[in-house]
Design a protein around this ligand. Structure first.
Ligand code: UDP
Ligand code: MG
Length: 312
């Protein structure tokens, strides 16, 4: 029989945070009375993270499992690798950088016990700079409108899921996807609770601004066809207007006779339309790219080693 709780933690160059994280997690979970496992995934760290995780396993082999990737495949792949192996009934994901205080775990467990199959979180007093807060508000709006996925705070990975949801996520075998959004797709009774959020205690954020844009683009194209539909609409609109314009020019030709003016206006309109065309092509390309990645079906990550005890 597996434990009640699986805590999944992706780790990429988190050497300065790991010991405190491990100590605090043990403190919280040992006193909460449920059986648990900690499932760390080393995402190809270049520092001593992997070695430290192996020490944790040696220290408490019955509680700690470690998966080591052979290279850096990204946070989401790390989480998926862990999802494929979890043994618990309830699964919680947690960042290793201590921005999500482990002390909040019991709150999530309580929400699951109340019958929620997906427990999202939003951060009280987010400790990020103003620009990041503002950007995520705008992006949230757009995402909600296009994908219908309602999430107050998609940057917070401290989340709990019932095991069935995890099994569905693993079964989709999608390459690039956003786990919290996918989980909401499958959720029957989701909820969101408020959690504390600390400043990163050491090390630096692994996400650059570009990655954040990519993530949101993935969200849009991964969960909705609206970007494509917008272009179909736009095409219809432009076709209607140019049809009317042609008709107008035809009448003018009959009434006024031949004329050649407004060349620059026409060029301006043309350049605008060519710009739209290229944008549309780019968006189609995004979708085709996703299809390509999916069809090619290469492994999303390679596991170098697993340190764990066999399931009881
Ligand atoms: N992470 C990972 N692989 C990566 C980047 C990040 O496993 O390629 C882990 C990282 O160690 C941390 C979590 O994902 O546990 C979130 O990363 P980070 O704190 O850098 O993201 P932010 O909080 O800035 O969104
Ligand atoms: Mg962080």
């Amino acid at each position: 029989m597996g434990p009640y709780l699986s805590v999944v933690i992706p780790v990429y160059n988190e050497e300065p945070n790991l010991r405190e994280l491990f100590a605090r997690l043990q403190g919280v979970l040992d006193s909460c009375g449920e059986s648990y496992e900690l499932l760390f995934v080393d995402d190809g760290s270049h520092d001593r993270s992997a070695a430290i995780l192996r020490e944790f396993h040696a220290e408490r082999p019955e509680h700690v499992r470690v998966i080591e990737f052979n290279a850096n495949y990204g946070q989401h792949q790390a989480i998926i690798a862990a999802f494929e192996r979890v043994r618990g009934e309830v699964v919680i994901t947690l960042d290793a950088d201590l921005q999500n205080p482990p002390e909040e775990l019991p709150k999530l467990i309580d929400a699951v016990k109340q019958g929620h199959d997906v427990v999202g979180t939003y951060r009280r007093m987010r400790r990020d700079n103003f620009f990041r807060r503002w950007a995520s508000r705008v992006i949230n709006r757009v995402r909600e409108r296009t994908t219908g996925i309602k999430m107050r705070d998609h940057g917070c990975m401290l989340r709990a899921y019932r095991r069935e949801i995890i099994d569905h996520i693993v079964a989709t075998r999608e390459g690039a996807t956003f786990i919290p959004a996918l989980a909401l797709n499958f959720a029957g009774n989701p909820t969101e609770i408020e959690v504390a959020h600390a400043r990163r205690s050491a090390g630096s954020s692994k996400y650059r601004f570009y990655d954040l844009i990519r993530l949101n683009f993935d969200l849009m194209t991964g969960f909705s066809l609206v970007p494509l539909q917008i272009f179909t609409m736009l095409g219809m609109l432009v076709a209607t207007f140019s049809g009317a314009f042609v008709f107008y020019l035809f009448i003018r030709r009959l009434v006024v006779g031949p004329e050649a003016q407004g060349v620059f206006t026409l060029f301006a309109i043309l350049f605008f339309l060519v710009g739209m065309l290229i944008l549309g092509l780019g968006i189609i390309g995004e979708y085709i790219g996703r299809i390509y990645l999916q069809v090619r079906n290469r492994p999303h990550f390679i596991i170098r080693a697993v340190h764990e005890q066999p399931e009881k």
